[in-house]
Design a protein around this ligand. Sequence first.
Ligand code: PLP
Length: 415
Amino acid sequence: MDFLKNADPEVFNILENELQRQTDHLEMIASENFTSPAVMEAMGSIFTNKYAEGYPGKRYYGGCEYADAVEELAIERAKKLFGCEYVNVQPHSGSQANQGVYLALLKPYDKILGMDLSHGGHLTHGAKVNASGKIYQSFFYGVNDEGWIDYDRVLDIAKIVRPKLIVCGASAYPRVIDFKKFREIADEVGALLMADIAHIAGLVAAGEHPSPFPYCDVVTTTTHKTLRGPRGGMIMTNDADIAKKINSAIFPGIQGGPLVHVIAAKAVGFGENLKPAWKEYAKQVRKNASTLATVLMNRGYNVVSGGTDNHLVLVSFLDKDFSGKDADEALGRAGITVNKNTVPGETRSPFVTSGIRIGSPALTARGMKEGEFELIANRIADVLDNIEDVNLQEKIKKEMVALARKFIIYDRPTF
Ligand code: PLP
């Protein structure tokens, strides 16, 4: 680490501050996590220097024998992890993975049906501000008033829309996604089915959420959320023809040279996901989220859908006189990082919202269990009960920093 310290103290200081921030705050953003130092070492490795356009064995550059080796290893591990036959590990992000699938399987103006952004879907599932909503004709399904996907309603919408592709998967849905039901709907209207498991991939890999295989034609994910790998994306399928189209769509369709250093880190991350300890982690992620939901409900808060099956809890403040933004800011002042989120029946703008999304993956990675989550959930409720009380927020912040420092994840600088 002395290289950076000596060469660029300005950047070094910023990284030190970020390390301190990550250490002292309780990170409860559902899409964030802590990678291992091994993942970070691979990401900061010598492969940063290498161009490797193409795929293993078919590159457009010389000197790719080790790039081939590491990409093949990442692919093999991902295949084993998710039980599928074809994997593309080159997407730079989850958004690029989704864009790659659309380019591979759709033509401009084809119809797609995805989950509404304000009901928990992702921008890339057809939102009008995203390329997916500009290039394709996008339509949406959502959740019912209680916050659950109503599959009969999805079928009704699908029958009217007749989409070429249905997207299932979400960014803020606390319940199990029934891939079999989505398959039945897709079959009934003759659509392709894509699952975006970005949020739940770590649980799927551990058997803590049902697998999208064999029901989905194609599956995308990020590698940095519940999977705890490097920031990046991945596409999986069991269909040789789709796999071929996807490879061409990613390169040369939407990307140039793959980030081989990130692919090396993906391989390391998948190696960690394949170890028996991973199942324990994923189980604990769910137990901790469930503890969070139970305490918040006992304290009188409206937890959307009445609980959680996965790693996140969605709390609605539609019955309160403060917004998601107010709650997000108040909790931030108390040392607890969450994010404001729209909720079913939303009345406020996406910049204000009437809810928050709270996740358990990052604190679980630090070793916290039900006892710590019970305490944190009570402190969250204390802050929300007294949302204007800045003195209380400061007092809780001290307690939360002390708690965070008992669960040190990086005991030396890893950046
Ligand atoms: N898909 C889902 C369901 C997501 O929640 C996200 C990110 O939040 C993405 C895709 C996009 O991933 P990225 O931020 O890597 O582009």
